[in-house]
Design a binder for this molecule. Structure first.
Ligand code: GLP
Length: 267
């Protein structure tokens, strides 16, 4: 596992944007797995700003979002489809038809929708790069503690803690869904590369459990310890409970020094 600790949320967004741009430069028809929540907002802003300034095209890129509430329509400003359209898709030249959010209308069979979502990911050739945030309880997507580490896309009931954490996005007395469709932990783990972003002190305990704790269904993000190509990009506040923080900083510095000396040798 690679752990990159940077000084600010702004730098988290810049590092993650570099990764996404690098993926799309390397493979113009890349398949990206995307997350919502507050954490990736800066990342999407950064990608949108860069896209307006450079010539990188997302025309052939396909995206799959991690999750969506059940009971909110795509035009509902609190739905994740609305969030993605506003924050990213409308700012880059991606084809809307290539963007997927696992929505389930009340008239649809959720099981069928989930199976179809898995099938579309497989048809697209699998996810090249999956972006994740992390819940304060260690969830990824909406895989709450006690989720099966082999789970696929399915309906999950949100915990009280997640409902409370996301309450800020809903007005008083407004309907807040307790059910969501989410990619499973196995779906996420199948991605070729995974980037988990976390910022702020309130994520510090979850980050430390994910990276340095035991692998357990009680911290779904800890399943990433099995992944061969996972990078945590976190700010110093989110890194504040890591026992080996100095070691991760040292490794990162050594990598940068090595890259610099290689670059100089080639000049
Ligand atoms: C939400 C989403 C997750 C997200 C997490 C953290 O409930 N389902 O995909 O990573 O919780 O959200 P935030 O970045 O707002 O803290």
């Amino acid at each position: 596992m690679e752990v990159i600790i940077v000084d600010s949320p702004k730098l988290v967004a810049e590092r993650a944007a570099d990764e996404i741009e690098g993926q799309v430069e390397a493979k113009s028809d890349a398949v990206l797995g995307l997350a919502t929540g507050s954490t990736p907002l800066r990342l999407y802003k950064e990608i949108s700003t860069r896209a307006a300034q450079n010539s990188l095209s997302y025309k052939s890129v396909t995206t799959f979002n991690l999750d969506e509430y059940i009971g909110l329509s795509a035009s509902d400003p609190r739905s994740y489809r609305f969030y993605m359209d506003q924050r990213l898709f409308s700012n880059i030249d991606i084809e809307t038809a290539n963007t997927h959010v696992p929505s389930c209308a009340l008239t649809e069979d959720p099981q069928e929708v989930c199976e179809q979502y898995e099938a579309s990911i497989a048809r697209a050739g699998g996810i090249d790069l999956q972006v994740l945030g992390i819940g304060t309880n260690g969830h990824i997507g909406f895989n709450e503690p006690s989720s099966s580490l082999s789970s696929l896309t399915r309906v999950k009931t949100l915990t009280d803690r997640t409902v409370r954490d996301n309450r800020r996005l809903f007005a008083d007395n407004e309907f807040q869904p307790r059910l969501a469709i989410t990619m499973g932990i196995q779906t996420i783990s199948n991605a070729t590369r995974v980037l988990l972003l976390a910022t702020g002190k309130r994520k510090a305990a979850a980050v430390s459990a994910a990276i340095e704790g035991p692998v357990t269904a009680m911290c779904p993000a800890s399943a990433l310890q099995f992944h061969r190509n996972v990078t945590f990009i976190i700010d110093s506040a989110a890194a504040s409970e890591l026992k080996q923080a100095d070691y991760y900083r040292w490794v990162e510095q050594a990598k940068q020094d090595l890259a610099l000396s290689r670059h100089r040798a080639l000049d």
